[in-house]
Design a protein around this ligand. Structure first.
Ligand code: ADP
Ligand code: MG
Length: 257
């Protein structure tokens, strides 16, 4: 059952076709990676899926409902969480306050939150719980400014997940992380999938991470879908090697772990 489905999706900027007639399907519970060179249209694809860019053609359906042209905040509240390539945290708020903003997105149980105080307490609980799961509880009262880059990225992830999305869209989450942080991120993603039945679309240049996590890979190039397949298929696809992975690409042994 597709959780998200895009058909013939196109986005143009002036004369530039940043996305050209792309079909995409993500099944419930799946981890789909989207890879491709810089400028291939990967972030544009996420923007078109989440209502930030208006597609010039094509449709997007989430959970069986047409969401084409809907406002981004409505799409987010419908269960689509997104991590941005450049980060979106409020630097002058504390860690827990930032994560509370994410928690406020989650649908409240009917009849709850008699008062604003009540709602805030619930958001705080949810935020602290999520920070705990990310091993960040001890940083709750710190300001974002005082965190390492790696921890900021983890706080962002906690913030989006506190909103209890069904689909998580990640735009280059490993960029700028060191090896240990990448491993920690991968462990966290695996755990989240196991615990929450989370469906994930991952955009990433770290090929070791992509090949080890993804069940299926879509390759974009010049706004078009160049290839689609399992990690093993993509790694030996001559078109992908030529356009993106390159001749020096070292094969990563793929083991579903
Ligand atoms: P990727 O994420 O794969 O690196 P992008 O989706 O960011 O690529 O960009 C795809 C193409 O669309 C690039 O040529 C980029 O310059 C262009 N582009 C993206 N966003 C805009 C925008 N808001 N206005 C004009 N051009 C854009
Ligand atoms: Mg991008």
């Amino acid at each position: 059952m597709p959780l998200l489905e895009a058909n013939g999706l196109s986005v143009t900027f002036g004369g530039l076709k940043a996305l050209a007639d792309v079909d995409l399907r993500i099944d419930t519970g799946e981890l789909l990676a989207v890879i491709g060179p810089n400028g291939a249209g990967k972030s544009t694809l996420l923007n078109a899926l989440t209502g930030l860019y208006k597609p010039s053609a094509g449709r997007v359906a989430f959970d069986g409902k047409d969401i084409t042209g809907m406002r981004p905040d409505i799409i987010v509240r419908g269960g689509v969480g997104r991590i941005f390539q450049n980060g979106k945290l409020f630097r002058r708020l504390s860690v827990v306050e930032n994560v509370m903003l994410g928690a406020a997105i989650a649908p409240a149980p009917a009849g709850s939150f008699a008062s604003r105080r009540h709602a805030e307490a619930a958001w705080r609980d949810a935020a602290l719980q999520m920070l705990e799961r990310f091993g960040l509880a001890s940083l709750a009262t710190r300001s974002i400014d005082s965190l390492s880059y790696g921890n900021r990225r983890l706080v962002e992830m906690a913030k989006v997940l506190a909103g209890r999305p069904r689909l998580l869209l990640l735009d280059e989450p490993a960029a700028g992380l060191n090896l240990g942080e990448v491993e920690a991120l991968m462990t966290r993603l695996r755990q989240l999938r196991a615990d929450h039945d989370l469906t994930i679309l991952l955009i990433e240049h770290n090929m070791s991470m992509v090949m080890r996590l993804a069940e299926r890979i879509v390759v974009l190039n010049f706004g078009q879908k160049l290839a689609e397949g399992t990690p093993a298929e993509i790694q030996r696809d001559p078109r992908v090697l030529e356009a993106y992975l390159g001749t020096g690409y070292e094969h990563v042994e793929v083991q579903p772990d």
